[in-house]
Write a new protein. Sequence first.
Length: 547
Amino acid sequence: MSMTPGGPEYLDTTGPIEPPPSNDNRKRLIVVGALVAGGAVVAGGAWAATSFFATGSQPADALPASTIAYMSVDLDPAGGQKIEAIRTLRKFPAFTDELDLETDDDLRERFFEEITSSGECEGLDYAADIKPWLGSRAAAAAIDVGEEQPAAVGVVQVTDAGAAEEGVAKLIETCGTADDESVGGWVVEGDWLILAETDEIAADAASAAGESSLAGDASFQRWTGEAGDDGFMSFYVAKSAAQYANEFGGIAPRMGPMVGLSTMPDAYSDEDPMAGAEEDVPDELQQIIDDFDGMAATVRFDDGAVEIEYAVSNYQEELTEFMASEEGADIVSGLPEDTVAAFGLGFKEGWAEAIVDYFKTTVPEETDAIDDGIAQMEEETGLSFPEDIETLMGEGVAVAVGSGIDPDAISNGGPGEVPVGIKIKGDADEIQAVLDKLKEAAGPEAADYMEVTDADGYAVLGLQEDFRTALESEGGLGDTEEFQQVIVSAEAQSVLYVNFDADDDWLVRVSGESPEISENLAPLSAFGVSGWVDGDVMHGMFKLTTD
């Protein structure tokens, strides 16, 4: 996961695990496997996008507390949440053209129809063989089983344990191929079907969950709570996952038998997929591992909007403390009301050197290269590091795009037709002195745009004169309904904002020559990203609203 609002992220490889692509040469538990992997398969698609968590038992109840990464999805949530999701998605013609879902549709049946439409599982009937036992919730997870690597496990909710036993057996018989290769292991325990690479792993996972479940784990409860209200998808990464940061690439192939899908071509060769993984963890990486304490994220619909909220352990406090300033977000709030897009970030004194020190600490072998690069930059530009860099960025900076976007005028008239500007909180004279050092290296054409104007404690630059003048005055962007709908936290320290309706529906307008595209862009209203640090937790919210 690489989410920047609260500070940079470096543990991307510890995120939820996606299964590898299908391969017809291996047996497949097509329906059950697809539903287990449903969260991963449809994370960016319409099936998961029409789902919410409901109350009651969740997949975390069926997984052990030793789970290190978890992703769950609910394909048939209750009541108004599902209706709201489908109503929102039906605003987009591409959605109705491809799926045409109604609010009372059984998403499990529609998913089953899509999966089996190619002729797989001939003779299998959803109403007779699947519906009597298949529940609406599923999850994929990696659990610690006491081995060198974690095991991939999936859980699917069942409404009738006996029917599930018979149903899975028929799935294997109907959807399998003629070879004798294993389709993986599984066991039905209570309200859940547990799938794994072997029957033993599935049974051990069920037994461990009975003794101590993920749902009851204090860390799981803390991080999922930090990520806000439940949604249609949920993600969790435990503290222990950090130690596998370099190894998760090898877990995906092990998902194959568990989900009934294929592995990579050589995933089941004699060669260990973990071969070549580092055995000795560098001290710097070990420190990150020790400091990382967990994370969680939730995806949900809310009043015509899609939002992703996340909370991540602030394992980089020595860096994020210098970005924990609301100045950048405040500048964005004070931009003109008709601003099309803006990004703002605040800084505390010492931030530039802190970034360099951080990279020198985490990548010590690059220290000389970093120092050489800084020296070269100073020689070529005449700047002094870090003083001039911090002066140039001030206490906070916002980059903004204003109204009046005209692709033809920009093409014919050059940079002066682009309504883009920068507003910096700082001393305009000091900032201009730094820019003067850069003019010679930038060249005469760029130099024309490197003159700031003083705006009562702010320095303003702009490519277009009218927009630069607008930036010099205090505006009311933060008071607009569009802004408040997508920038959700008053504590935001970094902000990204885009208003699709501004400037005469600028996105639809510039894509007008492609009606198919513009029709699907028209429902978009605004997009925002808010990031903030609260003690030992980095928070963030991505939110997209529709008209």
